[in-house]
Design a protein around this ligand. Sequence first.
Ligand code: NAP
Length: 243
Amino acid sequence: MTDTNRIALVTGANKGIGLEIARQLAQAGVSVIIGARDPGRASKAVDTLSSDGLQVRSVALDVTDHGSIAAAVETVRAEHGRLDILVNNAGIVDAEDGPPSSAVPDAARRIMETNFVGTLAVTQAMLPLLRLSSAARIVNLSSSLGSLAVNGDPASPYYSARLIGYNASKAALNMLTVQLAAELRDTPHVVNSVSPGYVKTDLTGHNGFMTPEEGAKLPVYYALLGPDSVSGRFVEPGGETPW
Ligand code: NAP
């Protein structure tokens, strides 16, 4: 399969790392669908990439809305008949999240709904189309903050980042990666958790060490993995992340 034949859906691709993942996949010749929950932001993202000479399209997709997911599946099915790459990028933080002793429980619920349950629902709904690919690649945008080992290691630079809702949502996402990889074990389809690094976006209040362009590089690498690729891994720019 050549890259020009590959069809990719990137969720939450109207800004930040997702927009750059869409850009880099399109630059690699992949046919990219920008998933975005807001039509205005979706068309702005399409315009941005089109003005750079890239051909992308968008689909309305709110990962917390079953009707929206079902409609997106039908759009991809009608326009492409299959899906080769799914990048589960949509994600949130919440101002009421925090350490276990003080985080607002409803904030944790909201975060889980988007980062874990939403990703599970999108992946499950897209799976029949992904199974029609000769070699589907699923990339889950995780975080080093989702590592149980990192959270328990006083020597880790992330030790003090105590966001029970966000960190638990990414740990749960990693469980999706591991269990889905096991389900897909005897197929050509792979799924991996990729931490992009600490990236300057709206989500981090524009703190971080990397630009969105740099943060997109590893997720794109895993989206374009060749045949006989690894599956069920948790990686970050420096290598494997401990679970
Ligand atoms: P961002 O700039 O805030 O972008 C997040 C994207 O997700 C936006 O397009 C947003 O859409 C979308 N989104 C949120 N809720 C959604 C929903 N219900 N349905 C569909 N789309 C939704 O954040 P980012 O930093 O690029 O983060 C992208 C991913 O990387 C996230 O999963 C994040 O957890 C992960 N990550 C980021 C970092 C970092 O340092 N930045 C580190 C590790 C992991 P709207 O514009 O409509 O809100």
